[in-house]
Design a protein around this ligand. Structure first.
Ligand code: ADP
Length: 537
């Protein structure tokens, strides 16, 4: 067989030759649309590669940062940078300037492209970093930075792709930092190409040429879950919401979105609007949801009331990011709706190409645990699109096993059919009197209570038990003080007494991380000040 290199240039060329008339539509901050074809995008990607070359500041393998939201320019960079042999490094715009400065310094970004909406916040970062060239999407850019359109207009659409081989780095993403400082993961052309093929299978994302795909997941979060590559390889139209849509229902109705992807908090927020606003959402056939556990009640609400299929996916930045995908199998079709939703709330089966292991640590390595849906173990993974180390960090046994598996940091069960259920992050498990309590299980159950809109459970230090669970809830409506007893009663149906949180704290909002996950570190800081500690004890 031919030794045919697996590179992103093949994806771009295929999209251009076969699907040139397909469209990329961007919702601009003023809520108007920018829309053009794959052919127009292709021509601009060629110009962009030529323009970047003319800047004369990068060599093959150098990192190029982007500080932008989901826009067509960002999509152009998603192709131009890797296809010229450089490394695309999307910066998480929601991290602090101090965190970002460290990341830019570590990545040694030679150029940073700055999106329209980010010119101002970027200035704070600019003061802290050394970077040879700044390019602003905004046409009015202040020297010494240059304007994106100006660069393109001075370049020719002539660039020949320059990827040394398929094992060449194409992208660098940092974890979102839910539990500690973000760590870098370097993807190769081969790994991203194979990830693209894998997620485009019918039983995974299942994108087709007839789809209109909308990544609400930011382009800095694990390469927007690979969707910019998957959608274009499939030949689907793409909708990019560069700014927060004033009305998601309008955006979906006007652009005919068929598949949309985002974290559960986005869908929780959107549900009231989508269910009340009288827009035709009949094109929307599937939500891809991941990054955090999707509450079963929300899956049910979308499927039952809006007729939208919800597919729960689990993954990590370290896995490009897809690891598992939750879809019903043929044998599930005759189950009751409640049974179907119970299965769909699991994180799903490993996608073809991903190997999972449920493991327990022993004195001389790890032993494999059974897949019976009961035994809880550490989830380990290996695949052609899983990292074997972090960028610029020597691999340690904290994250990688001696026999070549990634330690995900998640604890889970796996049932006989291979469906994974994440019990918790190992670090978020609450250890009380020698027993483990799953914060996820308590949160899931609290969300079934009609008065609860959001719930997060954290462990708080306890002299007698080591740790005890504390529940933080956002209520759907005001209720009286006795609500805690009500919650206790509600939880005691499912859980043993020692699992029931000692305290329920009502807040207006639970803090979220840079990618919209519950920020339990911030919650802990907020709640465990010396004064509140006293109040809670
Ligand atoms: P960070 O660890 O900084 O949040 P990532 O965004 O890469 O960085 O998050 C990966 C982690 O997110 C996983 O290890 C897991 O704990 C969690 N996660 C991802 N998808 C799901 C899901 N569908 N259900 C539960 N947890 C998930």
């Amino acid at each position: 067989m031919m030794n045919y290199p697996l590179t992103l240039a093949q994806i771009l060329e295929h999209a251009h030759h076969i699907h040139g008339s397909k469209r990329v539509t961007t919702l601009l901050p003023d809520q108007t649309f920018h829309s053009y074809t794959y052919t127009a995008l292709y021509e601009r990607v060629k110009r962009l590669a030529d323009a970047i070359t003319q800047l004369g500041v990068i060599q093959s393998g150098d990192r190029v940062g982007t500080y932008a939201s989901n826009t067509y320019q960002h999509l152009e960079l998603y192709y131009a940078i890797p296809c010229m042999g450089a490394v695309l490094h999307p910066l998480n715009v929601r991290l602090t300037p101090v965190q970002l400065a460290r990341i830019v310094h570590e990545a040694e970004d030679k150029i940073i492209f700055v999106g329209d909406a980010f010119a101002e916040p970027f200035e704070e970062l600019r003061e802290r970093i050394e970077c040879k060239q700044i390019v602003h999407f905004n046409p009015i850019s202040v020297p010494p930075s240059v304007a994106y359109e100006q660069l393109l207009s001075e370049a020719e659409p002539v660039y020949s792709w320059n990827i040394p081989d398929e094992s060449w780095a194409m992208g660098l993403c940092y974890t979102s930092g839910t539990q500690g400082e973000p760590r870098g993961v370097l993807y190769t052309h081969r790994s991203m190409f194979l990830h693209t093929l894998a997620v485009n299978q019918a039983d995974v994302f299942g994108l087709t040429e007839a789809d209109v795909v909308m990544p609400l997941v930011p382009m800095f979060h694990a390469m927007a879950w690979g969707l910019p590559y998957a959608a274009m390889f499939a030949g689907a139209d793409i909708v990019l919401p560069s700014a927060k849509p004033v009305c998601l229902a309008d955006l979906i109705a006007e652009t005919g979105v068929t598949v949309a992807a985002g974290v559960p908090t986005i869908w929780a927020k959107a549900y009231p609007e989508l269910s009340k606003r009288k827009r035709d959402l009949s094109t929307l056939r599937r939500l891809i949801v991941g990054g955090e556990a999707m509450p079963p009640t929300l899956i049910e609400a979308y499927e039952k009331n809006l007729g939208v299929e919800v597919c729960h996916a689990w993954g990590m930045t370290e896995m490009s990011p897809t690891g598992t995908f939750s879809k019903l199998r043929g044998v599930h079709q005759n189950l009751s709706d409640a049974e179907k939703w119970r299965i769909k709330a699991k994180q799903g089966q490993p996608i073809p190409g991903v190997e999972l292991r449920l493991a327990a640590e022993t004195s001389n390595g790890f032993t494999k645990l059974p897949w019976n849906g009961e035994v809880v173990g550490e989830l380990q993974v290996r695949s052609p699109w899983t990292a074997s180390c972090y960028y610029n960090i020597q691999p340690t046994t904290e994250y990688f096993t001696a026999d070549g598996w990634l330690r995900t940091g998640d604890v889970a069960t796996i049932d006989v059919d291979g469906y994974v259920q994440i019990v918790d992050r190992a670090k978020a498990l609450i250890r009380s009197g020698g027993e483990s309590i799953s914060s996820v299980a308590l949160e899931t159950s609290l969300l079934k209570h009609p008065s609860v809109r959001e719930a997060a459970v954290i462990g708080v230090p306890d002299e007698k038990w080591g740790e005890r669970p504390l529940a933080v809830v956002v209520l759907t409506q005001w209720t009286d003080e006795s609500i805690s007893d009500d919650f206790r009663q509600h939880l005691s149906v499912e859980f043993p007494k020692f699992w029931i949180p000692d305290r329920f704290v009502v807040v207006d909002e639970i803090p979220k991380t840079s990618v919209g996950k519950f920020d339990k570190q911030a919650l802990r800081k907020q709640l465990l000040t010396p004064e509140t500690k006293e109040k809670l004890s």
